[in-house]
Design a protein around this ligand. Sequence first.
Ligand SMILES: [Ca+2]
Length: 412
Amino acid sequence: MLSLIFLHIFVFVNCCYSFNIDTNYPIVYEDPSKYLLPSVNTSSYFGYSLVLYPGKRSRKPWVLIGAPKGIDANKRTSGVCFKCGIAETCEFFDINAQSQSARTNYEERIDNAWLGGSMDINYESERIVTCAPRWIKVQRSRDPRKDDYHIQGACYWFHTDDNSTQKLLPLLEPGKDIYTHPGSGGSVYYYAQGQAGFSVHMPVKEKEMILGAPGVYNWDGTTILYKDNVETSPIASRLQNAGKSRRFADPSEFSYKNIASAIETKQTLAYDLLGYSSTSGYFYSRKLLSYVSSAPRSDYKGQILIYEFAKSVETTLIVKETKHGQQFGEYFGGAITAGDINNDGLDDLIVGAPFHTAQKYNEGKIYIFLGSKSGRLQDPKRNHIVGKSANGQFGTTVQYLGDINHDSFGGM
Ligand SMILES: [Ca+2]
């Protein structure tokens, strides 16, 4: 993960006067909480997630770094985020204290919430999102011994020029914690243990985002779309923002929510973990955006779904294509990313299978699929790369970078 930090920084900071990555003089960020709380000797997982804000005109660039096991101002192990100027010190960014949510009819528990467990940025609309997939809703019962913890997950998003964050609790819906099968009468967890925000992805252009929720419907898993809903925007708030350099979150922003139905989407089953990782791309046409989510335990090999959301909410996904892992236990889809690597104008898909065994065990592998106007992803001549070290788990994380060395091909 740390090497990814360097990569991100040099890609964006040095892009304007150099096209090579400076490996001789890296900027290194260290976990600041290590010095604030010397008694804590466990790792905060500082650097588990991060995004780089490239700056704009008078505004300086900075990096937002997640530490999902970090300790907040109230000494809770909630997970924390840090805002770090380029080659400057990191400052604690208290997302929980800043967050605003209209709904208050829940009791939450944010110990071990894993805030900063996932993160993404949209450069055009200048929005950042970070999630706490282990955020808990406390389910009280008349008999306190029957109180339950529902690990539903929470996400927080904000504009890069505004510190107040909007809190989203996508699975907080009355009556949907448990699903009872109409025939057998047996019941399973539906939204109760959904872990929304286990993965989060914002496309490059669209003002949309998807959250993976691998625990929904007995860990079958699903995916949740958020987008702007212009119709719900009161005119007053749009006027409030007119002509101002500092933006405020508009009520229309991410006000549309569509949780795909895990029951109706038939490609995955219980314990497949759909939503484990997420991405998107223009694979079949330059105009048509498709989303991608992985289910790394599907059929014990792993599967990815390439899909669109249906127009009506809470129904099946419109699945255009699926790809499956090839080896038992390889965890195909443990990580996914997309971007144009062969410079044909269509995005291509990279899928990590970190537990693929080649010679000894768990060397890891990445699979490469090329976008195509045919409506089907194509296999290139070199359609995979295998890791070289036993237990190296190559493909645990994959990231498309764009053309960083000016050879006109996208790097990853
Ligand atoms: Ca391509």
